[in-house]
Write a protein that binds this ligand. Structure first.
Ligand code: THU
Length: 128
């Protein structure tokens, strides 16, 4: 299995832990650190809508809070043909991983790869 396939599989597995009773839209993410560690996440919703969080940010916050700050790749899996990270996740990710490769995938393993920089051109950066 290729590294990309492995990451997609990990994201699909994480998706099984999604808590999404309000949207019924489970999402899974897997983030590969430069240290070789893989951090996974699923979306976790809340009855207070604004408190819900996306799968990508769960994975990122897990990684950063565990001391990893250098990332190579992110796989995201949802039911869409190519699961596209939302704007908030793009902005959150680019601060920690400007050179991130984003693999937008679905549970069947179909995917498309895009550089985060191309998903969020001219991103906000404090003080620039
Ligand atoms: N969601 C993610 O987890 N990642 C995204 O990039 C877009 C949307 C979640 C948030 C919410 O729980 C559900 O998908 C429907 O919007």
């Amino acid at each position: 299995m290729s590294e990309v396939e492995n990451l997609i599989q990990k994201a699909a597995k994480a998706r099984e832990n999604s808590y999404s009773p309000y949207s019924n839209y489970p999402v899974g993410a897997a983030l590969l650190g430069a240290d070789g560690n893989i951090y996974t996440g699923a979306n976790v919703e809340n009855g207070v809508n604004d408190l819900s969080i996306c799968a990508e940010r769960v994975a990122l916050f897990k990684a950063v809070s565990e001391g990893t700050s250098n990332f190579e790749r992110l796989a995201v899996v949802c039911e869409d043909e190519y699961c596209k990270p939302c704007g908030a996740c793009r902005q959150t990710l680019i601060e920690h991983a400007p050179d991130l490769e984003v693999i937008m995938a679905n549970p069947d393993g179909n995917f498309r790869t895009v550089d985060l920089k191309n998903l969020l051109p001219e991103a906000f950066s404090l003080g620039e």
